[in-house]
Design a protein around this ligand. Structure first.
Ligand SMILES: [Zn+2]
Length: 237
């Protein structure tokens, strides 16, 4: 191959290997691509730093595509308003989150933020969804006020092997994934039936029939969240 050809094909390779910046209604996401895999990983709440740290470390040794919301805050700006980014994946859920978190917003401000979200949603979802049969893994942290207890009433199935630690649990939208995860020593819930559209990625996945797992751990519980993620990698296809 001539030197110029080699140079241009190498440039082409570098460009294809370097992910393009990804944004959703102005919300920026960092991407990491490692190898070829049907795994996708999402860190959607900027304030959940333990989950980010676990996932960043994981990305050094596990193939897949990783998406990290920019910034350190939970709420992110869309137009003039603020939204919980894990409430923007459906139109109905986004409208509820905007109304709840922006009490003084005018209808015009809500409509303007909704227009930005509706404009970008399908392209963003297409960019982050795994290919057919693949798995999306989302990483979250929680503290007082939220645990697996909140999810039990809205779950199809529940397995509480670690009920002394309700802040550490996994949520699956696929029944076969739930059955495998429930073989372990962790709390697991199955939510394949959408009871309420809250705009979260889990609701989007359940309504599309996609495989999605969420790993929740208490803030600061790095080692346990890491152990849960490694368990999931080993037991799910
Ligand atoms: Zn979260």
């Amino acid at each position: 191959m001539a030197a110029t050809q080699l140079l241009s094909s190498r440039r082409g390779f570098l460009l294809s290997a370097m992910p393009r910046p990804l944004s959703f209604a102005g919300i920026q996401f960092d991407q990491i691509r490692r190898g070829r895999s049907k795994r996708r990983y999402l860190h959607i709440h900027g304030n959940e730093s333990t989950a980010r740290d676990v996932l960043r470390e994981h990305a050094k040794s596990h193939a897949g595509r990783y998406f990290f919301v920019d910034g350190q805050k939970r709420m992110v700006p869309v137009g003039d308003l603020a939204i919980d980014p894990n409430r923007m994946f459906t139109s109905e859920g986004a409208r509820k989150s905007l109304a709840r978190n922006n009490r003084d917003a005018t209808p015009a401000q809500i409509d303007a933020s909704m227009a930005l979200l509706d404009r970008d949603r399908s392209a963003f979802v297409k960019a982050v969804l795994p290919p057919k049969g693949g798995l999306m893994v989302a990483m979250h942290n929680n503290s007082a006020g939220y645990s697996v207890e909140n999810e039990i009433p809205i779950s199809d199935k529940v397995s509480l092997a670690d009920k002394e630690h309700p802040h550490e649990f996994m949520l699956a939208t696929n029944e076969a994934d739930f059955a495998r995860l429930a073989r372990g020593k962790w709390n697991v819930v199955l939510q394949k039936t959408v009871l309420q559209d809250d705009g979260s990625f889990s609701v989007l996945s359940a309504s599309l029939g996609l495989r999605y797992c969420n790993i929740e751990a208490g803030t600061g519980n790095f080692n346990k969240q890491k152990e849960m993620l490694l368990f999931l990698e080993g037991i799910l296809p």
